[in-house]
Design a protein around this ligand. Structure first.
Ligand code: BMA
Length: 328
């Protein structure tokens, strides 16, 4: 099986440590963003990076020193160390008037044709999906909210499928939702959304995804289907634990699951994942790939405090998902 997409020879990458048999392995220099990364921010995590002109750009979720979250733009030469603006992204409407958000978190960042789109958790009288676009990382245009509240974990596919844009989402409430499945919606123009379908439910034999699930990074197109990493949540006497796993969705009908891994691929183990502002969270928001080599780099938030990287190879992930497939 192969990734259908571009080469990225400067993909941030580190080989699997010798002696390890992990399908997804962590960067040895994790975390790549530590506490208090800019003057006004306390924590930057759950963020998304894209290649740009042989370097990288990113949209970062930052918790400010008053505890409220917003999005910041940043750049990187190597995809591992970042210069992040201290100011929040200045959204405007299509007429150029300021159109600020009251809060924003968990951005996904995807290039479709000539535009870079940001999808985030927005406030529209409650948690809902925010959508905006830019071409130059200076003018940021906020589009209408695609879906009604209450909804989070919006993830756009990187191209139209059968002529329409597709958006994954997880209907929820405004708080720490104790439920949630993944759905998909279609749009001809990124404004009008409909034809909503259910994609996948929480649950299964294992408990790591028993409470709720949410789509993670932009799906990766492969010869066997869309590879989607997603987070799964387990409830414990000490609160939620966030892990992540993966699923293969049908290329032409991405509401259909082909293979779904019953086991997680990464769960909080390292100190920067098990201790922080919210302990026991790994939350993937982006993946980059180099199609010819099949290498994939995942950006994930750790313990709602740090930004971290993990790596895998597409054929190995696919084989693992298939081997541990479970009908849920
Ligand atoms: C979710 C979101 C994420 C966060 C996670 C764990 O509901 O708020 O931003 O990482 O909880 O706290």
């Amino acid at each position: 099986m192969k990734i259908i997409g571009n080469a990225l020879p400067n993909l941030p990458w580190e080989e699997r440590p010798s002696g390890s048999s992990e399908i997804v392995w962590r960067y040895s220099n994790n975390p790549v963003i530590d506490w208090n990364p800019t003057p006004s921010t306390a924590r930057i995590y759950n963020s998304a990076v894209l290649p740009f002109n042989n370097e990288f750009v990113g949209v970062f979720r930052a918790d400010h020193k008053n505890g409220r979250a917003n999005l910041h733009f940043g750049r990187s030469k190597d995809g591992k160390s970042f210069q992040i603006d201290d100011n929040i992204i200045p959204w405007q409407d299509e007429q150029g008037r300021p159109n600020p958000v009251s809060y924003a978190y968990d951005p996904r960042f995807v290039k479709i044709d000539d535009w870079y789109y940001v999808v985030w958790c927005d406030d529209m009288h409650g948690a809902s999906i925010g959508l905006g676009k830019t071409q130059d990382f200076k003018i940021w245009i906020r589009l209408p909210n695609p879906l009604m509240p209450f909804n989070r974990n919006g993830v756009l596919f990187p191209r139209k499928i059968k002529g329409t844009y597709r958006l994954l989402s997880r209907p929820s409430d405004s708080g720490h939702t104790p439920f949630g499945d993944i759905f998909i919606s279609e749009s001809p123009d990124l404004i009008y959304w409909g034809k909503h379908k259910h994609v996948m439910s929480k649950g299964g034999k294992g408990w790591w995804q028993g409470t709720k699930i949410g789509a993670g990074p932009t799906p990766i197109e492969t010869t066997e289907g869309w590879l989607l990493f997603y987070h799964g949540v387990s409830n414990t006497c000490n609160g939620f634990v966030y892990s992540f796993g993966a699923v293969i969705l049908d290329l032409e009908e991405p509401n259909k699951v082909i293979y779904r891994c019953g086991d997680y691929l990464l769960t909080p183990e390292k100190p920067y994942e098990t201790a922080g502002f919210v302990p026991n969270v790994v939350f993937p928001c982006q993946n980059l790939y180099d199609a010819p080599s099949g290498r994939i780099t995942i950006y994930y938030g750790a313990a709602d405090t740090y930004t971290a990287l993990a790596f895998c190879r597409v054929e190995e992930v696919f084989d693992y998902i298939k081997k541990h497939h479970e009908n849920i």
